[in-house]
Design a protein around this ligand. Structure first.
Ligand code: GCB
Length: 631
């Protein structure tokens, strides 16, 4: 495949990582989309559920709960999918449960899927936290290690064995974190019977969000023909007015296949065609993909239709997969972040997948509300702190021009025992899965490998190979990344209550980092807790006024440094979110500028005023966004 010269000197490791991921993982992970050759059946809704509360949490395996309907091996309760199970019932032991939980439901599989041997039937779980094992009709079909990424199993041959049987899907999920999981954790047993009841144990974690668990994203069945498009990789560029989409398609299920590739603009007109497993699509008078508030026509997406025809054993198969493609470039200099060769300033937020009742469960109303709030705020970007978010969220970012720093779940890596080979291998595997899943999103401009790992540890190899941005005092890793992301909480965790330290300490922070590494810097976290409705003048900690004052003080310094090498500011956090119960947390972390119910605190208005001002200064606003109050 012909690649442009700049491809080889790209400092943004996302592209580098793309091709590595394709080599390491032997199958693709394309988002399931309907087409003339593919059908999708969602299995969301009510599932049967039981937590294995036996002392060793192993009864489900000892009694082989997967072999017969779950309701026949003991009591079951209703559990919605997708959702975390923790906040669904009134049972405190389920809220804080650690160990295996069991989900089950029966599915009616369309008879034509079963009758047609040329149809692959794939079971896909969008994500389940943390370790999952899946059975179909009592037969194990797959297992997956990791809480935030999808996994699949082909189940066609299994459901064809006895077409009269209903298809019973059992998924066991375990939320136990170990020193080698991402994020890590460990179980501590308390054996002192003068203080603790029999069998008492806790799960220690070193990250600041509740370890919600369960099946968090959609469970689906989808079909493809026996010969099918397995993966697509697109890397884009442009020269003058011509857009370039370099593509690579991998095929499974046939030794040879004919491929035709068509790029269509929004109105469906074809703008470029190609054939073969790799090539380049050239688009004359290209509409580039621009971030929200940077251009009057942001987030332009083409549709790339890949059409496969293959003959195998005398049968002919046709498969069609359509991928949205945004044509844009990303480059980093020592002082700037460039999108389409124009300086881009990140004015955005850090988020969490978090809401009441659902926990980390996927929820369309919440997602659409959050995008409306982002646009109201004038935010042009967010970081997927501290794990990969649902693919549908990234699709929304592509559609709306919200730029993404895509973070892996490497958060809370604090224990020296988490710096061994087992952790490294898992971290690399998670990065590969992440890049494989998200490589084609125009909105994803950066990979974040870890958040605040223990700074005093010697650097491990994975920083060298995969990192693009790291957070906090990572002096050791900074030489190997393209952008330095710094989290700091002056006047909160340091010198609490002393707003007057912010200008001096923040200026020193930037000058030290830039002085040492000459790399662009993003303030990737800053903020203060504010209990909504708590007021105080003069501003005292935890009041809405104090949160506002912290922000304003940071902003003054950003305004000086953004003229030099500071390329962005991401508030911590978009909304209040649940954490473990701790003496420093009042039913969760309150650093949101919105409450957990998505109502604005006073700080949201400060930020809104600022972000729209920044957008007016640095971007070219579409006419309909000139009046932000119309949202
Ligand atoms: C941080 C962490 C984030 C916490 C935040 C806080 O540095 O990256 O996960 O929630 O501070 O509020 O303490």
């Amino acid at each position: 495949m012909l690649l442009p010269a700049r491809f080889y000197v790209f400092r943004v490791l996302c592209l580098f990582a793309v091709f590595e991921a394709v080599c390491l993982l032997d199958t693709g992970m394309l988002f399931p989309r309907e087409s003339s050759s593919r059908e999708v059946k969602e299995l969301n809704g009510r599932w049967d559920f039981r937590a294995d509360k036996s002392p060793n949490r192993n009864q489900g395996f000892e009694k082989a709960w997967y072999k017969s309907p779950l309701a026949e091996t003991g009591p079951v309760i209703d559990m919605p999918v997708p959702a975390s199970y923790n906040d669904i019932t009134q049972d405190p032991t389920l809220r804080d449960f650690i160990g295996w939980v069991w989900y089950e439901r029966e599915v009616v599989v369309p008879s034509r899927w079963i009758a047609d041997e040329g149809t692959r039937v794939v079971l896909r779980v969008g994500s389940a936290h943390y370790y999952s094992i899946v059975w179909v009709n009592g037969v194990k079909v797959t297992e997956h290690n990791g809480g935030h990424l999808p996994f699949e199993a082909e189940i066609g041959s299994l459901i064809r064995k006895d077409p009269t049987q209903p298809c019973r899907i059992t998924i066991a999920v375990n939320n136990t974190l170990t020193l080698d999981t991402l994020p890590p954790g460990n179980i501590q047993h308390m054996d002192d019977h003068t203080k603790y009841p029999d069998g008492f144990f806790v799960q220690n974690i070193y990250f600041d969000f509740f370890n919600y668990a369960g099946i968090h994203r959609s469970v689906l069945l989808y079909t493809t023909p026996k010969a099918y498009v397995d993966d697509i990789t697109v890397v884009t560029d442009f020269s003058d007015n011509t857009g370039l989409a370099y593509y690579k398609v991998s095929v499974q299920g046939a030794a040879t296949a004919t491929l035709s590739v068509t790029l269509m603009e929004k109105n469906g007109h074809c703008v470029a065609t190609s054939s073969g497993p790799s090539g380049v699509l050239k688009v004359v008078d290209v509409n580039l993909w621009w971030p929200y508030l940077m251009h009057e026509n942001p987030a332009y997406l083409y549709s790339m239709e890949v059409r496969l025809t293959a003959t195998d054993d005398g049968s002919t198969y046709e498969d069609v997969y359509t991928l949205p493609v945004g044509i844009r470039t990303v480059n980093v200099t020592s002082t700037q972040f460039l999108i389409n060769n124009k300086p881009f300033y990140f004015h955005g937020v850090n988020k969490h997948e978090d809401s009441d009742i659902r926990g980390k469960g996927f929820d369309w109303p919440l997602i659409v509300k959050d995008f409306n709030l982002l646009k109201w705020l004038g935010a042009n970007s967010f970081r997927t702190s501290h794990y990969p978010y649902a693919e549908e969220i990234l699709q929304m970012c592509d559609r709306h021009g919200i730029v993404v720093i895509d973070e892996c779940p490497g958060v809370g890596i604090k224990d020296i025992r988490s710096f061994g080979n087992a952790s490294l291998t898992h971290h690399l595997a998670v990065m590969d899965e992440l890049v494989l899943r998200d490589k084609n999103h125009a909105s994803v401009v950066m990979w974040s490998v870890a958040n605040e790992p223990a700074a005093e540890m010697p650097p491990a190899d994975f920083y060298f190979n995969h990192s693009l941005s790291l957070h906090y005092d990572m002096w050791n890793a900074a030489p190997y990344v393209d952008v330095i992301c710094v989290n700091s909480y002056f006047s909160w965790y340091h010198d609490p209550g002393h707003l007057e330290v912010i200008p001096i300490q923040l200026r020193a922070q930037f000058e030290n980092w830039y002085g040492k590494y000459q790399k662009p810097i993003i303030q990737s976290e800053y903020g203060a807790d504010a209990v909504p409705g708590l007021h105080s003048d003069p501003p005292l900690m935890f009041s809405e006024e104090y949160q506002k004052a912290v922000l304003q003080s940071y902003h003054n310094v950003f305004d000086q440094k953004r003229k030099q090498y500071v390329i962005g500011e991401l508030i911590w956090n978009f909304a209040d979110f649940m954490t473990a119960q701790e003496i420093t947390r009042v039913v969760g972390n309150k650093k949101g500028i919105f409450t957990r119910e998505r109502q604005p605190k006073a700080a949201a208005f400060i930020l809104k005023e600022r972000y729209w001002r920044l957008a007016n200064e640095t971007g070219r606003l579409p006419v309909w966004t000139k009046y932000p109050c119309s949202f």
